[in-house]
Ligand binder design. Sequence first.
Ligand SMILES: [Zn+2]
Length: 234
Amino acid sequence: MALPRVNAPKYELTVPSTGKKVQYRPYLVKEEKLLMIAMESGDEGQMITAIKDIIQECTFGEVDVTKLPMFDIEYIFVKIRSKSVGESTTVKISCSSCSQMSEVTIDMDKEMKVTESPDMLIKLTPELSIKMRYPSMNDYLDIINSKDKDIDKIFNMIAMSIDTIFAGDDVYDVKNESKKEVQSFIESLNASQFQLVRDFFESMPQTSIHVNFDCEHCGHHHDMDLKGLKSFFN
Ligand SMILES: [Zn+2]
């Protein structure tokens, strides 16, 4: 006889980059198993793939996960996880004064924010501007799974994040250009122009959780933001 199935409750979230409302459910034991196997592997590519599969399942196929930027992925995953394993999570945070670890309990669902978007248009010269786009999860996976040297990975990431080039009255849609063309465009930038592009990456939106705690060892008070998925789960 077929055993009864438990119906999972449904919730709603707003995708940070698009503002689109999406329904989701908590993940189930079979999905948690996938996640644990990936975590044990310690491989970033496997982790991201497991998170991608879980988001796809738990949002009823409503979002194309592969096209979303990483901060959306992190945000959606934390939402799903907080309904799956409980809203409050204990994390270990190192003290900025004595470097010892304190256990801090945070309500991730309630406290999580996504930091503001930077200006997507970068003015390189009075005549030359570029419009950026956020690399998608797929772009990111391609990069970390590639065998390229780290410096090439950075250049590839920059190349795939340039959406449009404006030179005077000419507009270039970068996705129609060859990888080689885009690479030589980047290599033609001077150091301060290149820095503007790097600044864009530094200021890309991130998931962030505000924490407020006193160190268990020296009592030092902390009022800070934890940024990025990795800092929420340790
Ligand atoms: Zn301390």
